[in-house]
Design a protein around this ligand. Structure first.
Ligand SMILES: [Zn+2]
Length: 476
């Protein structure tokens, strides 16, 4: 499914309009896996675990004990956990949303925090692909990022509502960033570049909008990530290699990734040098053991639940307590050791890439009050002008939608918006509008209504005068 169809789906959802599009980005051809999953769930119902919750409970009764026991006999178990990690875990505990209860997310975000906090987020800064902003809120707590962006319309609306670190939210497709050259001082992409089908295109756009001397920091899946997923290995070990391969596709599909391709440090080194970067530093993070443990839980969750992160939505207090104690006892020591383990073994589930744009020209970028002045049309680089409900390109006349005060300067959002307008016209499009807009519309309507009532009352009021005058005239 193209990004345009994806946006169209989101808009239909937003405006509460029927639209029958497949609910996936690309077709991975995993029909067989879906059948396997159905059979698995049917069989699960007949066991005494009975339900997803029971199944997850089983995991939390058995697997943590297994791993804790293994940890305790490990000679390295008594390693010192840095205060920073304890602090990070505290933030995770207090934060809402899916992070605190997802056993894949906990180590992943703790490690992201560890690496990204070293980057001075000098403004103007751009985060490419911030999604619904939950992860950024946590990783960049206390920092300010000038622009948070994502091509997903619904994610941007959520980010704007719950976001704490970004000054602006703009719908942006990393393949064609609608900003002028050398606008930003810092560029950040937190596990978002793994969602695009052409990494080099996005990196080249990032290089273009980065000032000479500016820093870029991104995280991505490494070339080892697929081989560290434990469930395919389990299926393969019991003789079902095909199902293992299918699971990998299912996993990537479920994560909304457009490709199952991964990149190595060598590829990054070569590509970033070509694109005019220097001081390139690349490190692996999330050791094999940490990744396998995390994804063991996540894989089962993905297999058993209708949606991923199902565990995150549970309100079971006992389960919550177990997850947190597990994170503290099992994850913290492993996370503390992670940079050492990864550099020693020279592999890891993820890559952290840091690079600086070569200084060869002078830059004169500044933080503009009107951000639109720094932007241009992603299709023709023309200037943009703001209209009532949309932003239009002065050169090619393309119209980009403004939804909940967020600009969506992506060709796919423009196309999806045009389609919606053609289909339903202006009347239905306000069906699912924001509270602010609804109140505004109500006031607007009631003003019209009150003028109308006022006119009627005044009209009626003229009657006695009229009657009086009439009788006077006739000498009544
Ligand atoms: Zn244009």
């Amino acid at each position: 499914m193209s990004l345009k169809d994806y946006n169209l789906n989101e808009l239909c959802n937003y405006y509460n309009i029927e639209c029958s599009l497949p609910n996936q980005r690309i077709d991975y051809g995993i029909e067989r896996f879906y059948k396997f999953r159905q059979e698995f769930l049917k069989l699960l119902k007949n066991t005494h675990y009975g339900s997803l919750k029971g199944f997850l409970q089983f995991q939390f009764d058995i697997l943590p004990s297994l791993i804790k026991a293994a940890n305790r006999i490990d000679a390295n178990y008594d390693r010192k956990v840095p205060e920073e990690m304890r602090y990070a875990l505290e933030i995770l505990k207090e934060s809402k949303g899916f992070i605190p209860l997802n056993l894949m997310r906990i180590p992943l975000e703790l490690l992201h925090y560890h690496y990204f906090k070293k980057i001075p987020c000098k403004e103007p800064s751009l985060e490419v692909g911030c999604g619904n902003g939950i992860v950024s809120n946590y990783i960049f707590k206390g920092n300010r990022i000038t622009v948070g962006s994502d091509p997903s319309i619904l994610s941007m609306i959520d980010a704007k509502r719950d976001g704490k670190v970004h000054r602006h939210y703009i719908g942006i497709d990393g393949n064609a960033i609608p900003f002028s050259d050398a606008v930003f001082n810092t560029l950040i992409a937190v596990h978002s570049i793994d969602h695009v089908s052409d990494r080099k295109q996005v990196l080249s756009e990032m290089s273009r909008v980065l000032q000479p001397g500016g820093w870029m920091a991104i995280s991505d899946l490494s070339e080892y990530s697929v081989s560290f997923l434990p469930l395919p290995g389990i299926l393969q070990n019991i003789g079902y290699s095909d199902l293992g391969d299918d699971f990998i596709k299912y996993y990537f599909h479920n994560g909304g990734l457009d490709t199952i391709e991964t990149k190595s440090p060598d590829w990054y080194s070569k590509t970033l040098t070509e694109l005019g970067f220097e001081d390139i530093k690349i490190s692996y993070f999330m050791s094999e053991r940490l990744a396998r443990i995390s994804f063991l839980f996540f894989s089962f969750e993905l297999l058993a639940a209708e949606r991923s992160f199902a565990l995150a939505y549970t309100n079971d207090r006992y389960l919550k307590k177990q997850i947190h104690s597990f994170a503290e006892e099992v994850y913290l020591p492993l996370i503390a050791e992670d940079p050492n383990i990864c550099s020693k073994e020279n592999k890891g589930f993820n890559l952290f890439v840091q690079a600086r744009k070569k200084v060869n020209t002078r830059s004169n970028s500044y933080l503009e009050e009107n951000i639109l002045k720094l932007m241009n049309c992603p299709l023709c680089k023309g200037l943009l002008s703001i209209e009532k409900d949309y932003i239009s390109c002065i050169k090619c006349a393309e119209k980009y939608p403004i939804i909940e005060d967020i600009y969506f300067i992506t060709p796919s959002a423009a196309e999806a918006y045009r389609y919606i307008l053609e289909q339903v016209g202006n009347k239905k499009i306000y069906k699912k509008m924001s509270l602010k807009k609804r109140i505004l519309m109500f006031l607007l309507n009631s003003k019209v209504l009150s003028i109308f009532i006022y006119k009627i009352i005044s009209f009626i009021e003229t009657f006695p005068i009229l009657r009086k005058n009439i009788s006077k005239f006739y000498g009544g």
